[in-house]
Design a protein around this ligand. Structure first.
Ligand code: FES
Length: 631
């Protein structure tokens, strides 16, 4: 069997001829990064064969991704019939992310919590039970006696019983004179006893709220009786090495073993975060009885091990939009295995439960007369427009540019990422800020936006996103026909941005703006009629509204109408965990929402083409920029 050595990591593995290089790497314990899911479209998995030979999988790859001479795309290579030494990129650094402010999440109190009657509306509840000892000649079983005891209160709903609870029943009823604590979960309309114990502490009841994002996963540990978030944790989704965006993940999941790999990666990420929270909050150990989880439609399919392929193929039909109630043990979540898992309902293939959960964070916005816009900005842009009378939703593929993907020196919003740039009007030189005040390692989405706005308002870029030629700035260079701007002029670790990078960002902002434009047009309103714009998602957190309007990502309306929500999906999941009223409200959103499919709408293409300029082909849509642009 050929021996494959991965340089510079030094790992060697024996692998059979014909095995894909990425699978050989996995056997060697090496995590390679496949940003496009191994489709040969991003070129970012280039590897160099230092000795020996690998076979190349013959498929059409994009001209932009043809590797340099002597290099191969690791995603398109198979083990040949001889030993080889391959130089691969280092593993992606998944440890240095800057995430949501966990303290801020932990202190967040969603509107309306205090009005909830203790835990009666929560997904899980605890009950004190008092069952008199069995009497001779009575003939009733423990379960019948428990049932009679519970039904003494006619207000109590009927219960189902898990086998787990039945196994605990005899012991629980005999230990403390029949005084025991029962934990019950809601499975749709039904309640089910999931745990029984003698004595017991009613206050010791926890649940978790999860946002399963394409890029990051966030978990809140919630004390149900206290209506309080105890602690929060966030981590990169372990699936990111298998593709940066939804389509890449769907492509990656094309084989059963890869679908299973993606399922396990998501599960491992969530369980890792639950483990951290349970370790940090000792009383919560073994006391987490329920979970409310929200994610986009693809992420939910992958977590549940369902083939996501038909989400991507016309007529875009997912396996399920509203997942029936599940047990934690069905999924493999590390909480009580009988505990209920509520998964937020989706509206369409690309408008998922993360959006219907996120809408809960807008207070009464989408139930009143005012027309509001909700935007979740990320790799996928999801948009909802409406009020108490109507709701319309759509999703567009913005690509990974907002998260630093598809940009030569791009990176996620992590320590060392340039997230804000100012451009000197005289010289074109950049001054910049980095996350964590660390030495610059790359530029993240908000940094790119800020850079683009500065270059445009300074007159260095034209409306099509190309540098004006000739340029008087020594920071703008031309290699052939490609314009290159130097943000950080360090000899060794220079950070540059090319016209190709700028084009990627303009495409991303055009996709979002066009989607908003289409929804407003279909609703027969203009942007000025929108009373509030809610911005959700990790990227939204670092977004500068003025920059975003300047490049034509956000509409030119009074700035005080914009509101940040942070991780609305996580906050909404927390509200769902705690309150039946919020679960009903969410169902109401789903029922009222009309899903607009952009893929088949020709008007969307017209809107998109118009938005492929800075700020737009129709500058009258951006009147406030009139006096700010250089000649
Ligand atoms: Fe190989 Fe994208 S080209 S992962």
């Amino acid at each position: 069997m050929p021996r494959i050595t991965f340089h510079p990591l030094g790992a060697t593995v024996e692998a059979p001829s014909g095995l894909e290089l990425r699978d050989a790497a996995k056997r060697a314990g090496i995590e390679l990064d496949f940003p496009c899911g191994g489709q040969g479209t991003c070129g970012r998995c280039a590897a160099r064969v230092l000795s020996g030979r690998l076979d190349v999988i013959e498929t059409a790859i994009s001209a932009d991704t043809v590797p340099d001479e002597g290099s191969i795309l690791a995603c398109r290579a198979k083990i040949g019939d001889e030993d080889a030494v391959v130089e691969v990129r280092e593993q992606p650094d998944l440890s240095a992310g800057q995430f949501i402010d966990e303290e801020e999440e932990a202190s967040f109190i969603p509107p309306g919590w205090q009005e909830q009657p203790t835990d009666q509306g929560a997904l899980v509840s605890t009950y004190l039970i008092d069952v008199p000892p069995p009497q001779e000649g009575e003939g009733a079983s423990d379960l019948e006696r428990l049932y009679t005891s519970l039904r003494r209160n006619p207000e109590e709903p009927a219960f189902d019983y898990s086998l787990h609870a039945l196994r605990e029943l005899a012991g629980a009823l005999r230990c403390r004179n029949g005084k025991a604590m029962a934990a019950a979960g809601r499975f749709g309309e039904r309640r089910r006893l999931v745990h029984l114990e003698a004595g017991g502490d009613l206050r010791s009841l926890y649940g978790i709220a999860v946002d399963l994002g394409t890029t990051t996963v966030a978990v809140n540990l919630v004390s149900i009786p206290e209506n309080r978030i105890i602690a929060s944790r966030t981590e990169y989704n372990g699936q990111v090495v298998c593709g940066l965006d939804i389509i890449s993940r769907i492509n990656y999941a094309g084989r059963p073993e890869r679908l299973e790999e993606l399922r396990l990666r998501a599960l491992k990420t969530i369980n890792g975060l639950i483990g951290q929270l349970a370790a940090a909050v000792a009383p919560a150990r073994n006391r987490i009885y329920g979970c409310a989880l929200s994610g986009n439609t693809t992420m939910i399919h992958l977590l549940l091990g369902m083939n996501p392929e038909y989400i991507r193929l016309a007529p875009y039909t997912p396996t399920v939009l509203d997942v029936p109630p599940l047990r934690a043990g069905d999924i493999g979540l590390d909480i009580h295995p009988e505990g209920p898992v509520f998964i937020s309902p989706a509206v369409g293939s690309y408008v998922g439960g993360d959006i219907t959960a996120g809408l809960l964070c807008t207070g009464s916005a989408f139930t009143s007369d005012e027309i509001c816009l909700f935007m979740d900005i990320g790799t996928n842009g999801e948009i909802v427009l409406g009020n108490g009378d109507f709701l319309m939703a759509c999703a567009c593929s913005a690509g990974p540019a907002f998260e630093g993907g598809g940009i030569g020196n791009g990176m996620r919003a992590a320590g060392g990422a340039i997230d804000r740039v100012q451009i000197d009007r005289e010289t074109g030189q950049a001054t910049y800020r980095t996350i964590g005040d660390l030495p610059p390692r790359g530029i993240c989405g908000s940094g790119m936006l800020s850079l683009l706005a500065g270059l445009f308002t300074g007159g260095w870029l034209d409306a099509s996103g190309r540098f004006k030629r000739p340029s008087s700035s020594s920071f703008i260079d031309f290699k052939g026909r490609l314009g290159i701007y130097t943000v950080v002029p360090w000899e060794k670790n220079a950070i540059t941005v090319t016209e190709r990078d700028i084009e990627n960002l303009i495409r991303a902002k055009a996709a979002l703006y066009a989607a908003c434009g289409l929804l407003t047009k279909q609703a027969g309103i203009g942007f000025q009629n929108i009373a509030k714009v809610f911005i959700a998602g990790g990227f939204g957190r670092y977004l500068d509204i003025e920059d975003a309007v300047t490049i034509g990502l956000l509409p030119d309306i009074p700035r005080d109408r914009f509101h940040y929500l942070g991780n609305a999906s996580l906050k909404g999941s927390t509200m769902i965990l705690l309150s039946e009223e919020h679960r009903r409200l969410q169902q109401g959103f789903v029922k009222r929402m009309t899903y607009v499919e952009l893929n088949t709408d020709s008007e969307y293409m017209d809107q998109y083409t118009g938005a492929l300029f800075l700020p737009h082909t129709d500058r009258r849509q951006f009147p406030s920029l009139k006096n700010r642009l250089a000649d």
